[in-house]
Write a protein that binds this ligand. Sequence first.
Ligand code: ZN
Length: 246
Amino acid sequence: MRSPARVAFVTFVAVALAGASTAEAGTRKKKKRAKKAKVTQPRKAKRTNMPAGWTWPPSKAMTELGAACTDELDALGVAWKPARKARKVSTPITLSAMEIGGVKLVSVYRRGPHVMDCALALGLAKHLPALHAVGVRELHFSRIHEYSKVRVNGQQLKSLSRHALGLAIDIRSFVDADGRKAIVLDDYPLGDALLLEVEKALGDSGGFRTILTPRNDPQSHDDHYHLEVRVDYTAKPAATPRKPAT
Ligand SMILES: [Zn+2]
């Protein structure tokens, strides 16, 4: 039964099947490519709002930067102690005295210990002298480390706050050399000179990534200044003198 018609039919079916399997393979390839793209694309495009190079648990680079940070605190004469592990804080420490650069850090609500990342302590050590220079002798803070999400313009965002990393501090008021207390909530709307000078000095320092105040976020920051220290975990740690190998 090898009529020409049958040969033609068999050939047609074979070609069709081959075509189908080629098409299927093509689809599989496409899917594979799509899958690959799915894996690699978000990694490139994802904006996590975390500091550059930040990973959890902390990478070797982060740990090395943490060690360089505490060396720098020592060099600046800031006494500190290692703190117990704190959620998402890369280099948790506490200050031995809550005073840096002639400015006392006074907690409004909570008793210590006030755990922070070394980077925040170092940022304060570098930039609080500028606040001392405009007359600040105390800052009263409501929050340092707390596992929380970003809250801005009256909305809570998905991203982790720098408070969760121990890199931010919320300040409610500043006390000057005469003992006068300038309260952000009450005195900022009145154009308090000290508060405005502090805001400017902090902004000019370049040491802080974001300074949220009643000026730029009246909804969520009408009663405090939010400072978060700038960190870059892709940076090389500052060279520290090492003991020669014996
Ligand atoms: Zn804050």
